[in-house]
Design a protein around this ligand. Sequence first.
Ligand SMILES: Cc1cc2nc3c(=O)[nH]c(=O)nc-3n(C[C@H](O)[C@H](O)[C@H](O)COP(=O)(O)O)c2cc1C
Length: 184
Amino acid sequence: MKNIVLAISGASGVCYAQRLFELLQPKVRLHVTASERGAELLKLELNMTLNDFEGDNVTVYKNSRMNASIASGSFPIDAMVIVPASMGTVGRIANGISGTLIERAADVILKERKKLIVVPRETPFNTVHLKNLLALDQAGAVILPASPGFYHRPDTMAGLVDFVVARILNQLGMEQDLLPPYEP
Ligand SMILES: Cc1cc2nc3c(=O)[nH]c(=O)nc-3n(C[C@H](O)[C@H](O)[C@H](O)COP(=O)(O)O)c2cc1C
């Protein structure tokens, strides 16, 4: 079973994380954490807490728990997804600041040359945001903006969420049938 870290930071769009969790939980071992602001967004947007992510094959960590297994390069993590990714979290990781578990786990993923998928949610971007996103891209991360397409003609919010989640699953190498391949 793959080991995947799911990190929720303080940007709008925690619904992407919740849907990704739902689809990954039966298939992989999940390590879930949220920043303090991420936990607030969970409450605000979904009326959920981090504890709602407890379950089979899941370990939930406080973001302050710097001695967690996922903070070490010796732990066999396959990939990490930061969704949604706030500009604060993006900026700190891009600049090597590893003061929280999310930041340290991302730092480890990059140094171990594993897959880091960053799903930023901000608009518009300023120059600092763009430079930090470029720095992460250059360090090996995949920048996968939370910007759904419309060519599959979604008529619900779930359809929009699934568009982005399908792209994340593709990047993780997981099979998905949320979004069929585009055919003109
Ligand atoms: C309701 C609310 C929505 C927010 N949405 C965003 C957002 O979409 N993108 C973003 O970069 N920051 C957003 N922020 C600001 C971040 O939460 C803030 O910069 C925070 O310090 C980020 O901390 P973190 O990176 O540790 O989660 C939002 C804040 C609040 C209160």
